[in-house]
Design a protein around this ligand. Structure first.
Ligand code: FE2
Ligand code: FE2
Length: 235
């Protein structure tokens, strides 16, 4: 059965304050109060990070943040049914780690339930916000990190990562250094996540390993570029 489009009215500008406020109310129906508070926290953090790292993407990232967990409350059976409805094969990684399902199914559901926000950058950032992707864009990284370090998160690993980012970003006095801090923080979050998955003896998605390796390369290339500016990066 199709999900109805539940924005109560069509805002003149979906990314203006009125549009985002209607979206904020609409996503509330998709989650518990606890997750809704987390979602609002991700919106605030995504706006803060976007203002610093990609100001022109701020409104789009606020919308992506509001939509990122709309299917998180659904059971594995419901996730599988959503994949079937959109004719998407059920990924083996999701069967082995059902937590991964919701980023995929949210990105499938947005065009149907929230067509005003079926923007490729939003869909990609939402789809990549759990396991990552080896070619993460700046928008993907911002949503991913906002989800990790938003202010209502109290897990010790999240609190530590937030402090790690905050300390370094305060000391970064150029755009280049700020981008390096963002990249290193995202890499660090993958290191922490992979360690936790191994400790808990859970299945580790291949894409998570590939993302971590790609981030490691990006960080190394950035460092090399700074050291030998005339030679460029090795490829
Ligand atoms: Fe999520
Ligand atoms: Fe989340």
């Amino acid at each position: 059965m199709k999900e109805k489009n539940i924005l109560s009215s069509a805002p003149a500008d979906p990314y203006g304050e009125e549009g985002l406020s209607l979206l904020r109310e609409a996503v509330r129906e998709y989650m518990t109060e606890k997750r809704y508070l987390h979602t609002l926290g991700v919106e605030r953090k995504a706006a803060e990070l976007a203002a610093r790292h990609a100001p022109e993407k701020t409104a789009k990232l606020r919308a992506a943040a509001l939509l990122h967990d709309i299917t998180k409350e659904r059971s594995a059976e419901e996730q599988i049914a959503l994949c079937a409805r959109f004719s998407v094969p059920v990924p083996r990684d999701c069967l082995e780690s059902p937590k991964l399902f919701h980023s995929l199914t949210a990105s499938l559901l947005i065009p149907e339930a929230f067509p005003l926000y079926a923007d490729p950058e939003i869909l990609t950032a939402v789809a990549r916000h759990t396991a990552g992707h080896p070619e993460m864009t700046l928008c993907d990284k911002i949503l991913y990190l906002a989800d990790w370090i938003e202010d209502t998160r109290t897990f010790p690993t999240c609190v530590k990562l937030r402090a790690w980012y905050d300390r370094r970003i305060c000391a970064a006095d150029t755009g280049e250094k700020r981008e390096a801090v963002l990249e290193k923080t995202v890499l660090r979050s993958f290191d922490v996540m992979i360690r936790e998955i191994l400790k808990e003896k859970r299945a580790l998605a291949l894409i998570t390993v590939e993302t971590r390796n790609a981030l490691l390369r990006e960080c190394a290339e950035r460092k090399n570029k700074r050291k030998i500016p005339t030679h460029g990066s090795e490829k």
